[in-house]
Design a protein around this ligand. Sequence first.
Ligand SMILES: Nc1ncnc2c1ncn2[C@@H]1O[C@H](COP(=O)(O)OP(=O)(O)OP(=O)(O)O)[C@@H](O)[C@H]1O
Ligand SMILES: [Mg+2]
Length: 418
Amino acid sequence: MFLAIAGTVADKRSLWSVRASEERYRNLIHHLPCALLQVDSQPMRPIFDELRRQGVTDIARLLEAEPERVQQSRDAVLVTDANNNAVRLFGADRIDRLIGSVDYVFAASPETARRVITAHFDGVRTHREIMKIRRFDGVLRDVELTVTYPTPPERLDITLLTLDDITDRLRTEAQLRELQAEYSRAARISTLGELATSIAHEVNQPLSAIVTNAETSLRWLSREDPNLVKVGQLTTRIADSARHASDIVQRIRGMAAPRAPERLLLDLNGIVEEALLFVRHEIESRAIDLSLRFGRDLPRLFGDRVQLQQVIVNLLLNAVQAIGQGDGTAASIEIRTRIDAGGRVAFAIHDSGPGIAAENIERVFGSFFTTKPDGMGIGLAVCQSIIVAHGGTISASNHPDGGAVFRFVLPAAGTAGS
Ligand SMILES: Nc1ncnc2c1ncn2[C@@H]1O[C@H](COP(=O)(O)OP(=O)(O)OP(=O)(O)O)[C@@H](O)[C@H]1O
Ligand SMILES: [Mg+2]
């Protein structure tokens, strides 16, 4: 008797504790910071069994060919519970609105439904992707969907859908990218201003050649017996010079024009060579010895050509300016590209200037940090924002033999982070 009573008490207690833990679980689920839908995917089981019996292995192809199968699943699979955040995310007034066929989740991203079914069929544990949902008021939101499938041989077939609203994050990221593009363009225009003398000199060279060759042609033509062969050669040279001048103008326009950042497959050595075209005159006119050590067979990288040129132009200009502050003996700049131990593409520039004061090493990449009387202090800040946006890192140090060294590394195309 006593035992029986004791047994009843124990049963009651365990029932209470089960209830209490279920309550805690429900509380937890309902107040989770992300939207959660509990889905009963049991209706998929006989469908999958039948497909397997028919020997289907590539369900993705089947669903692509027969999209009505996707719709049938969207209708058959049911949402059985939802938390408060899910109600808020879909703009529903009550939880009941979310209970029923899972169809509404995929209303704005039908392709996602296909992939979710495929992952389930393939026995994947979790599937994650970014998709759009249409709220009940018709507004579209960007969400990150995570589907957690039941582990076989679970009987209940409870699948959990987590929806994380990332609309604001995506919007902020897009605004940041725009701002960064604007910022780097402003910096490019300011750099072009600094390079005005060099640019004038560059453009002047082909223009002078055109004038000289045109005058010589006229002289050949005004002879009694005009030498047309000679005139032909000179005219070819004039055309070449005009093309050269037009290339220079094109390059400058590329640096100054407002443009959306691009991601193309690029070769770092080529970018260095192009960047040098902007600064060549600065280097030559100061009799700076430039040494280039290009790594061979560098992997290519994904990036924006103009922005990466801008990084190298900024670093080169800083090097030229640093050398101008030194005693002028043995002025040199060494540029090196290579593939580093981690398979990344690495760039380093070492100048023969006075180096960076120890107390400034940590600050040189900060916006508006400058030690130059007419500096703005944005060159390196822009370099850093561009390199970081490309998934890389940039650093400054002093060389043991004197002078500053700036290095950056970028992920090679096709590796994580690129
Ligand atoms: N190669 C270098 N050698 C020594 N110091 C350098 C070198 N490059 C940069 N610095 C230091 O870092 C500071 C910041 O460089 P940054 O390019 O950001 O701005 P800036 O060159 O002063 O002005 P600007 O906005 O015109 O580029 C410089 O003022 C200088 O003190
Ligand atoms: Mg600078």
